[in-house]
Design a protein around this ligand. Sequence first.
Ligand code: G6P
Length: 368
Amino acid sequence: DSADKGEYRHYMLKEIYEQPKVIKATMEGRVTASRVLEQALGTEAGKLLENVRHVQIIACGTSYHAGMVARYWIEELAGVPCSVEVASEFRYRKHVIQPDTLFLCISQSGETADTLAALRQAKAAGFRAALAICNVPGSSLVRESDLVIMTQAGPEIGVASTKAFTTQLTALLLFTLALARHNGLSEQQEAEIIAAIHQLPGQVEQVLALDSDIAELARAFMDKNHSLFLGRGAMYPVAQEGALKLKEISYIHAEAYPAGELKHGPLALVDSEMPVVTVAPNNDLVEKLKSNLEEVRARGGELFVFADKAAEVKAGDGIHVLQIPPVHPITAPIVYTVPLQLLSYHVAVLKGTDVDQPRNLAKSVTVE
Ligand code: G6P
């Protein structure tokens, strides 16, 4: 039962370990072996998605990072332009609304004040419709949106969001495929990605089996004050989410950068006191990423790389490599999030912080 820690020391760890199950639950009834069941996303989904020409995503915190990943998917698979913004910025500026724009809010709780305010504004502003991706049935966000895709994460107690994020990504990928079908994605491409989605629970299980290796790596962070997280493409928001987790629960300053931006500033900070964490699935950016890693190494930075074997990142002096099972490039953001969650968790445990209730933070920010 979700309100019970069971055999786990913290809710956060329990929730990390629930991911294979809740990702599966979020797929359930919404996919066959090769297709997304569009009507399972809402009876009106087909009619609505057919005419969407632009997507505006709004969220806060971890949910914002899910939106950032979705932008890569939506533009790559559906060819539909997509903008993503944090709710607290969106609600206080003038914006230009493109015709036929779908407004998409992502929120675990469905009660975040800024996200709700942005939705209420959007409804008055002429968006085509409002879609919510949410984890709490009956929440304000669910009640006030035109179309809802529920994540099936179950109650999330730990303030640092984990299973809500990976189920948001799962729901967002299903949404993207449904949208992409109206925009030229072939049946064969859809089937290939659905097959990759079906592999997710097993792949996340395999990453969870690396837990004790990740706990070992965590030791190197205990006495550090700063860290950098690097990724490219859709792995950049995964790096952002990894950095957010470390900040939230271990109180170590963590900054995420798209790896290609290193040379425009953060490289000046790199020395042996600045661990650099990188996510390196085998995709068409991996060679570029590897040359970024060499730049870090040449400045004495210690690297912690989560990598696909085929990426051929060699472990060595100052380079720690943990192998992640081979994954499809589209689903890689979901799988590669998990080692970063475990890394932050173990650093926080070693530091003795209050993992489930980090200082100054709330699970749901219902006031501005
Ligand atoms: C708070 C929580 C975060 C969460 C964010 C957005 O800051 O501590 O974990 O990501 O709110 O919450 P929501 O419920 O809208 O996803």
